[in-house]
Design a protein around this ligand. Structure first.
Ligand code: TMP
Ligand code: ZN
Length: 424
C-alpha cells in the first residue's frame, strides 16, 4: 500500500519536535511503522484552505529498553490544539455518562473524606468531567488550551486556565490556587511529548496525600485489536502500565492501581500517588503480568503487529474495492481523528467514499484532512442512506447502533474493521 501524499506535500511541513531517543529513558528508538507524510488527525479544513494544508512525517517507534511506544516526530502543540480544535467530549452521550460515573466513583473512593477537595483536570475539554465533580462539591480548575471546548466549560460555570500544562503552569497554579487533592486527565497525558515535564509538574502541584488519575488508549488493546488508526499526531505515546510505573517512579510518584476500561477502543486508567508506602493493588499486578505475557517487552511483537495491521488494511481495501465494483454505494459514519490515519493508509478519497457524516457541527461543511472527503450532517445520512457505511467511530458502536436501527432495517450494512474486517 503506497501513499500518494509523500512527495507533493513534503515541502508543506508543519513545525515539529523530533527525537531519535526515548523521551522517557533516552535509549535510541526502533521504528516499526512508517506512515509517510500525514495531515493533522483533527485538521478538518474548508475547501479554500486545501492549498495551505501542512503535513508531518508520522513514524511510530518503540524503545527497546522501557518499551514505550512513541512518535519520532510530533507537530508543535499549538498546531494541534487551538481555537478551531473540533473535538467536544459531550458529542457522545456514552462518554458523558462515562465521565459522570468516573467522577462519582473517584469522589466516593478517594475524595469524600475531604470537606472541599480541590480537583484539577489537565485537558478538561468542554468540562464534562469537571462539571460532575463540581456538582459533587469539589472546587475545580480546568486546564484547556483549545478555546472552543474551553469556552463551553466556562459556560457551565467552570474556571478554566488556557495555558499548556508544564512545570511553569503548575508552579503558577500552585501559587494562586494551592495544591490539588486530585489531578485528573482523560486522553490528554498521551498528547504531551515532554513526558517528564508533565510528571514533574503534577508532582509539584499535588498535595502530599493527593492522587493523580489518568486514562489513555492502552497499547495492549491496540496490539490485540490491531487498531493501527490509534497512531496519529495527538498520540505522542501509547502507554502501558510498565512504562507508566517507571516514569512515575523517576518523578517521585507511585503507580499503585490500574483498571482496564472500554472507552476509545480500550483504555487503561492509572492511579498514582506520592505515598511510596502504598501497596500495589492485585489488579495492577495482574495487568503487569498480562503485559509481560503478551510480549509487550519483545521486539518481535512489534514486527508481528505491523504485519497483522497491514493484512487487516489489505482485507478492508479488498472489501471496499469489491463493493465499489459491484456498484454498491459506500459512505463513512463519524469523522473521527482515528479515521484520518485509516483513510490515509488506504489512500481513500471521494471516488470510494464520497462523504462522511458526523454529528459535530464544527466538522460539518469541512473536508477530511489530507483525503478531502466532505463531512455532512447525520440528517444528510438519514436522507441518503448508502448501501454500506464504514463505522469509523467503532468505539461508539453501541450508541450509534442504538440510534441508527433504521439503517439495517432498510437492508443497509455496516462495515467495521476493528478488531477484524467484517460486515455487520
Ligand atoms: P472519537 O472517536 O475521537 O470519540 O470521535 C468521535 C466522533 O464521532 C466525533 O466527531 C463525533 C462523532 N460521532 C457521531 O458522528 N455520531 C455519534 O453518534 C457519536 C457517538 C459520535
Ligand atoms: Zn525508554
Amino acid at each position: 500500500m503506497s501513499s500518494t501524499f509523500d512527495k507533493p506535500h513534503a515541502l508543506n511541513r508543519l513545525p515539529v519536535t523530533r527525537t531519535e531517543t526515548c523521551r522517557a529513558c533516552k535509549t535510541p528508538l526502533i521504528s516499526f511503522f512508517d506512515f509517510g507524510m500525514m495531515p493533522l488527525a483533527n485538521g478538518f479544513l474548508f475547501p479554500n484552505q486545501v492549498a495551505d494544508e501542512k503535513f508531518y512525517h508520522l513514524v511510530s517507534a518503540v524503545c527497546p529498553s522501557c518499551f514505550l511506544v512513541q512518535l519520532l516526530e510530533q507537530p508543535m502543540p499549538d498546531s494541534m490544539f487551538h481555537d478551531q480544535y473540533p473535538f467536544f467530549t459531550s458529542s457522545s452521550k456514552e462518554m458523558t455518562v462515562h465521565f459522570q460515573k468516573t467522577a462519582l466513583e473517584i469522589h466516593k473512593k478517594l475524595l469524600s473524606f475531604s470537606p472541599n477537595p480541590f480537583v484539577i483536570e489537565i485537558g478538561s475539554n468542554d468540562g464534562t468531567f469537571l462539571h460532575a465533580m463540581q456538582q459533587l462539591g469539589s472546587k475545580c480548575l480546568g486546564i484547556e488550551p483549545s478555546q472552543g471546548p474551553a469556552q463551553r466549560a466556562k459556560q457551565l460555570g467552570l474556571e478554566v486556565d488556557s495555558r499548556f500544562f508544564n512545570p511553569q503552569t503548575a508552579a503558577s497554579i500552585q501559587q494562586t490556587h494551592g495544591n490539588a487533592d486530585l489531578i485528573y486527565a482523560a486522553n490528554a497525558i498521551c498528547h504531551i511529548s515532554d513526558i517528564h515535564s508533565v510528571f514533574t509538574g503534577i508532582k509539584s502541584l499535588l498535595q502530599p496525600d493527593g492522587f493523580f488519575i489518568f486514562e489513555d488508549p492502552y497499547w495492549l488493546d491496540v496490539l490485540e485489536k490491531k487498531s493501527i488508526d490509534q497512531i496519529y499526531d495527538e498520540h505522542a505515546y501509547l502507554f502501558h502500565a510498565h512504562a507508566i510505573e517507571k516514569i512515575a517512579s523517576q518523578n517521585g510518584l507511585k503507580l499503585f492501581h490500574a483498571e482496564r476500561i472500554n472507552t476509545h477502543g480500550g483504555s487503561l486508567r492509572y492511579f498514582l500517588c506520592a505515598d511510596h508506602q502504598r501497596e500495589q493493588s492485585k489488579e495492577l499486578l495482574s495487568i503487569l503480568e498480562k503485559e509481560q505475557e503478551t510480549g509487550l517487552n519483545q521486539l518481535e511483537t512489534y514486527h508481528e503487529f505491523r504485519l497483522a495491521c497491514l493484512e487487516q488494511l489489505n482485507q478492508l481495501h479488498r472489501l471496499l474495492t469489491d463493493l465499489t465494483m459491484r456498484q454498491k454505494s459506500i459512505a463513512g459514519y463519524a469523522a473521527t481523528s482515528k479515521s484520518t490515519t485509516l483513510l490515509h493508509l488506504l489512500n481513500l478519497n471521494t471516488s470510494i467514499i464520497p462523504w462522511i457524516c458526523d454529528s459535530t457541527p464544527e466538522k460539518q461543511g469541512k473536508l477530511t484532512p489530507g483525503t478531502h472527503i466532505p463531512i455532512v450532517s447525520p440528517k444528510f445520512f438519514h436522507e441518503n442512506y448508502p448501501d454500506c457505511a464504514i463505522l469509523f467511530a467503532y468505539n461508539h458502536e453501541k450508541e450509534i447502533f442504538e440510534k441508527e436501527t433504521d439503517f439495517r432495517l432498510q437492508g443497509k450494512q455496516w462495515i467495521s474493521y476493528v478488531p477484524s474486517v467484517r460486515i455487520l
